[in-house]
Ligand binder design. Structure first.
Ligand SMILES: [Zn+2]
Length: 404
C-alpha cells in the first residue's frame, strides 16, 4: 500500500481541531474552513521565512505544501520511493540563488510559470519530442518525484512520447500507458539539451530521447539526433508524478482544476458575470481559483486587475455589471496578448519572458507615473497602482500615510 504524502497535507489544516469541530463539516463547507486555515498558516509562515520577498510568489498554498514535503522527506529520506538512479545527498549544500535583484527582469525569473509560459513550453516540447522514445533516464533529486505506479523512471525506457498536454499548471507527458505530470511551482524549469551536455547543478531528472522514428513522410533527416528533456528546480518545490495514464487524482493539486478556459470562446461575458454572482471573495482570489478559471497566477492576476482598473481587494459582489464586463475583457485581452508575446519572442523554454508586464514587480505605473504598491491578498503579494486602481473599500491601507 503506497501512501501518498499529499493526503497528509490535505487534512493537515484540520489537524488541530477536535472531533466536535470536525462534525461541523456537515453544516459548513469544510473546504472553506481549510482554505482559510491554510491561508492563515501560510501568512504566519511567511513571516518566519527569510527568503527575499519575491521568491514567495505562489499559486494557492502549494508553496507551503512544497515546504512540508521537503521537511518530511529530509527527515525520513528512506521513505522516498526510489530508485536505482544515483542520488545526491539530501543535505548536500546547495548554492543559494542571489538575493532578489533590483531589476524587474531579474525578479521575474523567480516567478511561477503561468499560462502563457506553459503553453509556449508545451508547444515547443511537443514539436521537439513527440513521437520519440525514451532511451535513457536519470533522476538526481528523488524528493521531487512521486511514483503512483510501482517502479521508477526506468519504466519510461523504450516508451514513446505520444503527447504533451497542459492541465492547469501541470505539464503532462503522455507515454503510452503512463503519464509523467510535472508541476513546476516556483522555480521548476524545462530545458532541451544535447545528452552530452554537462548536467545542471539543479537538475532533477533528465529523459534522453532517441531520434525521431522514420515515418511515412520519409527517412530520418540529417539533423535528427538524441535529445535530453531536462527538468531543473533550484528550490525542489515542484513535483513530478509518474502515474498510470489518466490517474490524475494521484497528483496533488491536479484535481483542483476544471475552471473555464479563459482563452476559449466559451469564456463569454455572460458566463463570467454569472460566475461572479456566486462569489463572496475578492476578485484577485477569484482570478487565482483554478476551479473557476483555467488558469491565472499571481503575475497575470495583477496585470488583469491593472488593465481592468480594479483594486486587488475589491470584493466580487461589489462589482457593477460594467466592472464585471471590463474585468472579463481584461482577462481575455491580457492573457491572449501575453500568449502571443511569449510565442513571438521565441526564447529558449527555460527563459521566462515577463519584461512586457506593466505592473507586476514594477516600480512605477506606466499609465500615470505613480509609485506601484504592493498589498497582501490571502498571503500573496499583489502589485497595483493606487491611482489607476483606487480602493473601493473602507479600511484598506491609505498609502499617503504609510510613508513607504
Ligand atoms: Zn497608474
Amino acid at each position: 500500500m503506497q501512501q501518498r504524502p499529499e493526503d497528509d497535507d490535505r487534512i493537515a489544516p484540520l489537524g488541530g481541531l477536535g472531533h466536535e469541530e470536525r462534525d461541523l463539516g456537515e453544516m459548513v463547507e469544510v473546504r472553506l474552513l481549510r482554505r482559510t486555515l491554510s491561508a492563515l498558516t501560510a501568512m504566519s509562515e511567511r513571516r518566519e521565512v527569510d527568503h527575499p520577498r519575491h521568491q514567495k510568489e505562489v499559486w494557492g498554498s502549494e508553496w507551503l505544501k512544497g515546504r512540508r514535503h521537503r521537511a518530511k522527506h529530509n527527515a525520513s529520506a528512506t521513505h522516498t520511493k526510489v530508485t536505482s538512479t544515483p542520488v545526491a545527498p539530501m543535505n548536500a549544500p546547495r548554492a543559494r540563488p542571489a538575493l532578489a535583484r533590483a531589476s524587474a527582469v531579474g525578479r521575474s525569473s523567480r516567478e511561477m510559470p503561468e499560462l502563457p509560459d506553459l503553453l509556449y513550453i508545451q508547444a515547443r516540447l511537443k514539436e521537439a519530442l513527440v513521437g520519440r522514445r525514451v532511451v535513457a533516464e536519470r533522476l538526481r533529486e528523488p524528493i521531487v518525484m512521486r511514483f503512483a505506479v510501482r517502479g521508477n523512471l526506468s519504466l519510461l525506457l523504450g516508451r514513446r512520447l505520444d503527447d504533451v498536454i497542459r492541465h492547469a499548471h501541470f505539464l503532462v507527458f503522455r507515454f503510452e500507458d503512463l503519464d509523467l505530470a510535472v508541476n513546476p511551482m516556483l522555480a521548476g524549469r524545462f530545458r532541451l539539451a544535447a545528452p552530452d551536455e554537462k548536467d545542471e547543478r539543479d537538475l532533477v531528472f533528465a529523459l534522453t530521447f532517441g531520434p525521431p522514428e522514420a515515418t511515412s513522410h520519409g527517412p530520418r533527416g540529417e539533423g535528427d539526433s538524441m535529445s535530453d528533456l531536462r527538468y531543473r528546480d533550484e528550490k525542489n518545490m515542484g513535483k513530478a508524478y509518474l502515474l498510470a495514464k489518466g490517474d490524475w487524482k494521484a497528483a496533488a493539486g491536479m484535481d483542483q482544476a476544471g475552471g473555464v478556459d479563459v482563452l476559449a470562446p466559451e469564456f463569454t461575458r455572460e458566463r463570467f458575470v454569472s460566475l461572479l454572482k456566486k462569489r463572496r471573495d475578492q476578485v484577485r482570489v477569484l482570478l487565482l481559483d483554478k476551479r473557476a478559471l483555467d488558469s491565472i497566477g499571481n503575475a497575470y492576476a495583477d496585470e488583469i486587475l491593472f488593465e481592468a482598473r480594479l483594486h486587488p481587494k475589491t470584493f466580487c459582489r461589489s462589482l457593477s455589471h460594467d466592472d464585471a464586463v471590463r474585468l472579463h475583457d481584461a482577462i481575455v485581452k491580457v492573457m491572449r496578448e501575453a500568449v502571443a508575446e511569449v510565442a513571438r519572442r521565441g526564447e529558449p523554454i527555460d527563459v521566462k519572458v515577463r519584461d512586457f508586464l506593466k505592473v507586476r514587480l514594477r516600480d512605477v505605473c506606466p499609465r500615470c507615473g505613480a509609485k506601484v504598491r504592493k498589498a497582501g491578498v490571502r498571503g500573496m503579494d499583489a502589485y497595483f497602482c493606487p491611482h489607476c486602481q483606487p480602493a473601493t473599500r473602507a479600511g484598506l491601507v491609505d498609502w499617503t500615510k504609510t510613508g513607504k
